[in-house]
Write a protein that binds this ligand. Structure first.
Ligand SMILES: Nc1nc2c(CCNCC3CCCC3)c3[nH]c(NCCc4ccccc4)nc3cc2c(=O)[nH]1
Length: 374
């Protein structure tokens, strides 16, 4: 069922966990949701209909990469990202600021925006909050993120405060640049590092901007998990309950379970795809590093009960061989397994909340991971 507007529906809560859905013209996102990362217009080593079949309702596009190659105006001339990559469901794009900090030689960051050199050809680029929103519009993005400054932790409180206040000013400029686009949404991003008072100020500031959703940023940047979770305990009660909450860049299955328990609705992470390409498999009973010699003659599949062919039909011995030989099929099968497991986990979470047994699901899942009889 699609609507002409962006509409979040909170269907049920179970403790701090929330069951909901985001309805958009291009489709509905069942929450809690895991959003696979499609960096340069592709979820690496996967076909997009395969990504859909794992259970994904939405994927992420990478503004930073796409603006450098093939270029935002070129993607628009080609009919937009959905048409180009043949994914007609929702796409969320990050604003590019985080990727500039982590990928390119950041040249300058000031009130106007960020100036950086392309990691592809060294060309110089300037991105203002307005340009970031313009680029995301040219790509055809359904959910657009504000331009923000994410500070790596640990950091001085003064530095965290400066970046948080700059990000608030940029949020307002992005909100103005975005205007009114009924079937689309712009999310603000809560910053404030590991400083509770700054987190609260950031969330309160964003609430003045009539946003359709709120991301929690500035986390999963080197802090311990308990610090990340305590920042959620501080931030989430301040955010409106009738709008979706997106925890950026998170995370491991354990991170997501604990974050759902605190009220997060949406996640994205390169972990399942990137680690899959490096031989790491996520399963119901924990992680398996297929490069390890102990799998060389193990004819068992990763998980005989999985509905994913990569988990059910291929032996660990073969997966081990492919990974050791650095064969493309190794990364393809493990990416498929990992994305399917991440979606199965979210599906299990959604069902548990619907039945009011999230606490039991949480305990059972962690126990299965800990057993390690994999
Ligand atoms: N705008 C913005 N983006 C952030 C991101 C990028 C989220 N993925 C975007 C996709 C869109 C395209 C590419 C990615 C983050 N990612 C992480 N941690 C990732 C940690 C990690 C790193 C490597 C492997 C696994 C986990 N923290 C993040 C904080 C912010 C933030 O404050 N602001």
């Amino acid at each position: 069922m699609s609507t002409e507007n962006f509409q979040f529906t909170l269907k049920k809560t179970d403790g701090g966990a929330r069951l909901g859905k985001v309805s958009m013209p291009r489709g509905t996102i069942r929450t809690p949701a895991f959003m696979p990362v499609g960096t340069v217009g592709t979820v690496k080593a996967m076909y997009l209909d395969q990504v859909k079949d794992t259970g994904a309702d939405i994927i992420l596009g990478n503004t930073y990469h796409l603006m450098l190659r093939p270029g935002a105006e070129r993607v628009a001339r080609l009919g937009g990202l959905h048409k180009l990559i043949r994914w007609e469901h929702p796409i969320l794009t990050d604003s590019g600021g985080f990727q500039v900090m982590s990928l390119s030689g950041l040249r300058k960051l000031d009130e106007k925006g960020v100036t950086f050199k392309s990691h592809i050809d060294g060309s110089l680029h300037h991105m203002s909050p307005e340009r970031s929103i313009e680029i995301q519009g040219l790509l055809g993005s359904d959910i657009q993120m504000q331009l923000d400054e994410c500070v790596a932790l640990p950091a001085e409180p003064k530095e965290i405060e400066r970046a948080m206040e700059l990000s608030l000013r940029w949020a307002e400029r992005c909100r103005v640049a975005f205007g009114e686009q009924p079937g689309k949404a712009m999310f603000g991003i809560v910053q404030g590092g590991d400083q509770p008072a700054l987190r609260i100020r950031s969330a309160e500031g964003l609430k003045q901007l009539d946003l359709k959703g709120y991301a929690v940023g500035g986390l999963a940047v080197g802090e311990p998990q308990d610090v990340m979770l305590s920042m959620l305990d501080t931030t989430l009660p301040v955010l409106p309950t009738e709008k979706p909450r997106y925890l950026m860049g998170v995370g491991t299955p354990d991170d997501m379970l604990k974050s759902v328990a605190r009220g997060i609705d949406m996640f994205d992470c390169v972990m399942p795809t990137r680690s899959g390409r490096h031989g790491l498999a996520f399963t119901r009973r924990g992680k398996v590093n297929l490069r390890n010699a102990r799998h060389a003659e193990d004819m068992r599949p990763l998980d005989e009960e999985s509905s994913c062919p990569a988990a059910r039909d291929y032996s660990r011995a073969y997966l081990h061989h492919l990974c050791r030989a650095d064969e493309a099929l190794g990364g393809m099968l493990l990416s498929w397994n990992n994305l399917h497991y991440y979606q199965d986990l979210m599906k299990g979470i959604r069902q548990a909340i619907a039945e009011g047994r999230f606490a039991d699901f949480y305990a059972e899942t962690q126990e299965a991971w800990a057993k390690g009889d994999i």
